[in-house]
Design a protein around this ligand. Structure first.
Ligand SMILES: Nc1ncnc2c1ncn2[C@@H]1O[C@H](COP(=O)(O)OP(=O)(O)O)[C@@H](O)[C@H]1O
Ligand SMILES: CC(=O)OP(=O)(O)O
Ligand SMILES: [Mg+2]
Length: 419
């Protein structure tokens, strides 16, 4: 008999991650039945890994070529083919999707309709490295059968708790009223990590002035009080804030005008440069992948890593000021979880806040949540592996419960649903 399960899809800018979570007694079994990810999309070394239950992960050979869009599309097709040929013991109740931009309308997870998808497509220019890859699988599935349950979970939703001042740009007021405001992203990740803070920091400190650093190929910071977002470094689009794999982060807006007016660049060229040719890749001239840069002796690779850390420290300072001090700093996502030298360089520069690293704990920690601060540190320092898929699964189940069990019974098996 096939067991009921939820499928989650999370397309990041350099990765596609999926999980199949079994549903037993109307709750989600925490360890995914099957987990998989294709990462390094857009780099010279894409990797495809899968894990069943608690078994060690297996690496599957994969080569991706062509434009970034083509590589994302092929990665998704690859994943669907693998699922339909390797998994036949589950019955999918619903698919939960990460959708990076929910704009001004979508503040909570919803069952998606074709009309909503059309509306969400209007936001593609504000998150061009994500939104198309988030929406493509939904469209494919909805086109095949409108009654299959597709749930959208939005990165922007977590930041709706930001006070109005944190959401405002100092621009003419009418633009704010039209939805031109700081939305913020990586919300599913912050949501997940914030729920784990009591266990890692203790219940009191978890409610205090906390900054979570989500450092993946895309990177941002979130300032929290009482576990809720009060400020974040990404804004209207996913370019803002920190330096990233291929995105610039904050730059002088006058520079954009200058490049278009006097630099002989078209709007499309500037757009391409800011999203795809800047950040770690642009400064190093070598790679967007932090692993490669840390392993390189090239002075430009070193400078790219230094600039990444410098910009991070400046933005942490800015959010600590907004919070009126700092009780804890928590690292997550690809770089935050795995790049000990980056964490060390950043924390070294935060001694003025009273942050002191335990270097051994920093080197040792891998794959689990834990503290990396020295006993005399005034700021708690921690690593918490993110799990956007678990968050998507929880929300998807909530939407299913809202809809009632009739919908649950109407859904198809995995392979059919994704073909
Ligand atoms: N062991 C590691 N050491 C340093 N950096 C790492 C390591 N593993 C992954 N990373 C970095 O994490 C980033 C990708 O993070 P991830 O959160 O998976 O990306 P995405 O933004 O696509 O979701 C890449 O820059 C990669 O180099
Ligand atoms: C919003 C964003 O940049 O996401 P990711 O880090 O997954 O690319
Ligand atoms: Mg990501």
């Amino acid at each position: 008999m096939r067991r009921p399960a939820l499928l989650t899809l999370n397309a990041g800018s350099s990765s596609v991650k999926f999980s199949l979570f079994l549903v037993e007694d109307d709750t989600i079994v925490e360890t995914p039945h099957v987990w998989g990810q294709i990462d390094g999309i857009g780099t010279a070394h894409p990797r495809w890994r899968v894990r069943r239950g608690k078994n060690p992960s297996e690496t599957v050979a994969l080569s991706l070529t062509g434009s970034l869009d083509q590589q994302h599309e092929d990665a998704f097709t690859h994943l669907v083919d693998w699922l339909s040929t390797h998994v036949d013991d589950v019955k999918i109740l619903a698919t939960g999707h990460r959708i990076v931009h929910g704009g001004a309308r979508f503040h909570e997870p919803v069952r998606l309709t074709p009309e909503m998808v059309t509306e969400l497509e209007q936001l593609v220019p504000l998150a061009p490295l994500h939104q198309p890859h988030n929406l493509r699988p939904i469209k494919r599935m909805l086109e095949r059968r409108a009654d299959w349950v597709q749930v959208g979970c939005f990165d922007t939703a977590f930041h709706t708790t930001q006070p109005k001042l944190a959401q405002m740009f100092p621009l003419p007021r009418k633009l704010f009223d039209e939805g031109i405001r700081r939305y913020g992203f990586h919300g599913l990740s912050y949501d997940y990590v914030s729920r784990r803070l009591p266990e890692v920091l203790g219940p009191e400190r978890a409610k205090g002035r906390v900054i979570i650093a989500h450092l993946g190929n895309g990177a941002s910071l979130c300032a929290l009080r009482e576990g809720k977002s009060v400020a974040t470094t990404m804004g209207f689009t996913t370019i803002d804030g920190l330096m990233m794999g291929t995105r610039s982060g904050s730059i002088d807006p006058g520079l954009v005008l200058h490049l278009i007016e006097y630099g002989g660049m078209s709007v499309t060229q500037v757009d391409h440069m800011l999203y795809k040719e800047s950040g770690l890749l642009g400064v190093s001239g070598i790679s967007q992948d932090m692993r490669e840069l840390l392993a390189s002796d090239d002075p430009h690779a070193r400078e790219a890593v230094e600039l990444f850390c410098y910009r991070l420290v400046r933005e942490i300072g800015s959010l600590a000021a907004a919070l009126g001090g700092l009780d804890a700093l928590v690292f997550t996502a690809g770089i935050g979880e795995h790049a000990a030298p980056v964490r060390a360089r950043v924390i070294e520069r935060l001694d003025w806040l009273g942050a002191v690293l335990d270097p051994q704990a920093n080197e040792r920690i891998a794959g689990i949540a834990g503290r990396i601060d020295a006993p005399d540190s005034r700021v708690a320092l921690a690593v918490v592996p993110t799990n956007e898929e678990a968050m998507i699964a929880r929300y998807t189940l909530e939407v299913l419960r809202r809809e009632g069990s009739a919908t649950i019974a109407a859904n198809p098996p995995a392979a059919d649903a994704n073909r």
